[in-house]
Design a protein around this ligand. Structure first.
Ligand SMILES: C[S@@+](CC[C@H](N)C(=O)[O-])C[C@H]1O[C@@H](n2cnc3c(N)ncnc32)[C@H](O)[C@@H]1O
Length: 302
């Protein structure tokens, strides 16, 4: 049985997979020998992951059991192709569930969780079936409306680009943030960290991702992504040098002075982003199986 940290991946997959989906998997394997062979090759966990991702795109009965996939315009900033959107969503959801289990100091029956900068619910769509009450917010009203319409158990709302959040103090046990502070200037990020601390219960956890050496190294090896991000090799090499020297580099997108690409070494996150209120309890570098691996830092609210 696959175990990682405190979380049992098999139990996680079992919980997020309703019996109707298991039944649809069995029927698909009975009907199509190629699916039966695939399940043998992938093994039990791999088959379930396939069903949640590629399966929902190829087997209509599986597709009917999942929320729809947002239109392309609402997938920007996340993997655009549906296969990768779902696969990375499941992978990142598993990662945030594991990080919570690895770092929590107490047991909470049904943790109240905030997906800060939830986008179109790429990660939350999987975690809604986990043992959590999942809320989400994002500045992009179109993505939030899509979530409200298509993910009925997800409480999603639109927030303003600058703090604060319209929530009482100590509202959440866990907040995860995937690839939002990879886009904001450091002073804005620090203000958000103070606000996220306010809405966390004492002892609550915050996990956030950043772009650092792993991301830059990976883009250096992939010329098509250099073009996509507008970062030629020479600039990437210079960015590596700058962040190795301790800078946090923010490159605004044209016409948006407070939104762009942010690069930071995890050591600087450890030194500058923690505070008396947010204690750093863990970091994992280049944590992702996909083409642009981000670093993750985990804080506990004091
Ligand atoms: C790269 S996307 C990631 C979306 C989502 N976390 C995911 O992984 O699919 C960045 C998201 O951050 C949102 N965002 C940017 N600034 C924000 C802010 N100050 N508060 C909340 N969301 C913000 C954007 O609208 C966008 O949906």
């Amino acid at each position: 049985m696959a175990r990682f940290g405190r979380m049992d991946e098999t139990a996680f997959l079992a919980t997020i997979t309703p019996s109707s989906m298991r039944q649809a998997m069995q029927e698909a394997a009975r009907r199509d020998p190629a699916v039966a062979v695939l399940f043998k090759l992938l093994g039990p966990n791999g088959s379930v992951k396939w069903a949640h991702t590629l399966g929902v795109l190829t087997v209509p009965e599986l597709g009917e059991l999942q929320p729809p996939i947002p239109p392309l315009s609402l997938r920007r900033g996340a993997p655009a192709v549906p296969e990768k959107y779902l696969w990375r969503g499941l992978t990142d959801a598993t990662m945030f569930a594991r990080l919570y289990e690895d770092h929590r100091s107490r047991a909470v029956k049904c943790p109240k969780v905030l997906d800060f900068a939830c986008g179109s619910g790429r990660i939350a769509r999987f975690l809604l079936r986990w043992r959590w009450e999942v809320h989400g917010c994002d500045t992009d009203a179109d993505r939030v409306h899509w979530c409200q319409k298509n993910l009925p158990e997800f409480t999603a709302w639109t927030n303003k680009p600058a703090p604060s959040l319209d929530c009482p103090d100590h509202s959440f046990d866990y907040i995860y943030c995937y690839s939002v502070f990879t886009h904001t200037p450091e002073d804005v990020t620090i203000r958000w960290l103070e606000e996220l601390h306010r809405v966390l219960v004492p002892g609550g956890l915050l996990a956030l991702t950043t772009n650092g050496p792993s991301w830059l190294d990976s883009i250096l090896k992939q010329p098509p992504l250099q073009e996509e991000f507008g970062l030629p090799k020479q600039e990437l090499t210079e960015l590596v040098r700058q962040i190795e020297e301790g800078d946090c580099v923010f490159r605004p997108y044209p016409g948006s002075p407070e939104y762009g690409l942010t690069f930071i070494h995890p050591d600087r996150v450890a030194a500058e982003w923690r505070s008396a209120q947010l204690e750093l309890v863990g970091q994992e570098h280049g944590l992702a199986i996909h083409e642009s691996p981000q670093d993750v830092s985990i804080f506990v609210a004091r």
